[in-house]
Write a protein that binds this ligand. Structure first.
Ligand SMILES: C[S@@+](CC[C@H](N)C(=O)[O-])C[C@H]1O[C@@H](n2cnc3c(N)ncnc32)[C@H](O)[C@@H]1O
Length: 332
C-alpha cells in the first residue's frame, strides 16, 4: 500500500496564489468596512490553531461531526456498498474526524483510496505521515495533495471510472456566502460523474447564544486564530501589524445568517504593507471582519443540492440537530 504526498502549489501555482493573496488583502483593507476572507488565515500555523479549535468542548461543529461519524459510520458504509471507491477530502486539515471513517472502512474490508487535499502543505504532510504510522499495515492507499480544492480535483481528473466520494467537512462551506456556496457546489458536481457521492458538513441555525458561545471560547483560541491572520499578512506581504494592538470577537448577525468574527483595532494606528507599497489607517475600535460562518436551514441545504446537480441521499444529524452531514448523489 502506498502513502504519497504531492505539492501542486510550487512554481507558477505559488506565484499566482501569492498574487491572489496580495490582491485579496488589498481589496479587503481598502473596503469600508474592512473585511478579509477567512481562507487567508490557513497557512501551516493557521491550520494547527484550527485543529486546537476542533478540540474545544464548546465548539459544537466539530463535536457534532465526531458524534455523527461515531454513531452513523455503518449508515455511511451501507451507502457506499461494496464497490471500490476513491474518497477525496477537500480542505482535509488534520483529518481528525475522517479517521473514524477510515478505520471503520478498513475494519469492514472496503476497497478504497483516500485523497486528502488542502492548501496547507504542512497539514497534508503531517496527515499523510500520521496515516502511514496508524494504517501502514492495512489495505488503504493515500495520496495527499497540497493544492487548492479545484486544482486538486482537476489533477485527479478522469483517471478512472471508479466512484468518487467527496467530503467537505467542518462546516467549511459556511465560510462562503450563500451564492458562492451555490457556485462551489455547481463547480464540484461538474467535476464529478453521474452517481458520485458528496458529503458536506453544515452547521444548522440554532439559538444565537449557543452560536456566540461556540465562537468566543474562554481560553482565547478563537482570538489567537483570528489574530494569526495579521501574522500571515506580516510574513507574506512584509506588513507591520502589531498583533497586541488588536482584539477579536465573534457574533451572530441575523441579517447575514452568519457568525461573523471581527478583529478590532484598540487604538488609532497606521499599518504599512511593503508588497502593496501602501499604508492603511485604522481608527480606534474600527472593526475588520475576518470570518464568516453561515448557518443553514434544512430547506436551504436541500435547495443548494437540487439547484446544483445533486440529489439528496440522506441527512445524518447529531442528537441535538445542531449539525448535519448531508450525503448527495451527483445527477447529470
Ligand atoms: C474550517 S477548516 C476544516 C478542516 C477540517 N476539514 C475539519 O473539519 O476540521 C478548512 C480547511 O480548508 C483548507 N482550505 C481553505 N481554503 C482552501 C482552498 N481554497 N483549497 C484547499 N484547501 C483549503 C484550510 O487549510 C483548512 O484546513
Amino acid at each position: 500500500m502506498s502513502f504519497q504526498f504531492h505539492n501542486l502549489r510550487s512554481g507558477a501555482a505559488t506565484s499566482s496564489s501569492d498574487d491572489q493573496f496580495a490582491q485579496t488583502v488589498l481589496r479587503g483593507l481598502s473596503g469600508k468596512p474592512k473585511c478579509l476572507p477567512s481562507w487567508l488565515i490557513f497557512d501551516d500555523r493557521g491550520s494547527e490553531i484550527f485543529t486546537e479549535i476542533t478540540h474545544l468542548e464548546g465548539y459544537h461543529p466539530a463535536q457534532c461531526e465526531y458524534e455523527i461519524f461515531n454513531k452513523q459510520k455503518q449508515a455511511i458504509t451501507d451507502i457506499l456498498g461494496n464497490q471500490t471507491f476513491r474518497m477525496i477530502e477537500l480542505g482535509a486539515g488534520d483529518g481528525g474526524k475522517t479517521q473514524i471513517l477510515l478505520q471503520y472502512f478498513i475494519q469492514n474490508g472496503l476497497t478504497f483510496e483516500y485523497v486528502p487535499i488542502d492548501i496547507s502543505e504542512g497539514a497534508i504532510k503531517t496527515l499523510v505521515s500520521s496515516l502511514e504510522s496508524r494504517f501502514g499495515e492495512g489495505s488503504m492507499s493515500v495520496t495527499g495533495l497540497a493544492a487548492d480544492y479545484f486544482d486538486g480535483l482537476r489533477a485527479i481528473g478522469e483517471q478512472s471510472r471508479v466512484r468518487k466520494f467527496v467530503l467537505f467537512l467542518g462546516s467549511t462551506i459556511g465560510n462562503f456566502e450563500l451564492p458562492s456556496a451555490g457556485n462551489f457546489v455547481g463547480n464540484l458536481s461538474e467535476c464529478l460523474n453521474e452517481g458520485d457521492y458528496i458529503m458536506i458538513g453544515f452547521d444548522l441555525m440554532k439559538h444565537p447564544k449557543t452560536l456566540y458561545a461556540a465562537y468566543n471560547d474562554s481560553t482565547g483560541v478563537f482570538e489567537r486564530f483570528n489574530l494569526h491572520l495579521l501574522d500571515v499578512i506580516n510574513q507574506k506581504l512584509g506588513a507591520n501589524f502589531v498583533k497586541e494592538r488588536y482584539v477579536q470577537q465573534g457574533q451572530y448577525n441575523p441579517q447575514s445568517h452568519a457568525v461573523e468574527s471581527f478583529v478590532y483595532s484598540t487604538c488609532e494606528q497606521v499599518v504599512f504593507i511593503e508588497a502593496l507599497a501602501k499604508e492603511f489607517h485604522f481608527t480606534a475600535w474600527e472593526p475588520m471582519q475576518t470570518e464568516h460562518s453561515y448557518k443553514y436551514t434544512q430547506l436551504e441545504i436541500e435547495m443548494l443540492a437540487e439547484k446544483n446537480g445533486c440529489r439528496i441521499v440522506t441527512h445524518l444529524f447529531d442528537a441535538n440537530k445542531h449539525f448535519v452531514n448531508s450525503i448527495w448523489e451527483v445527477k447529470k
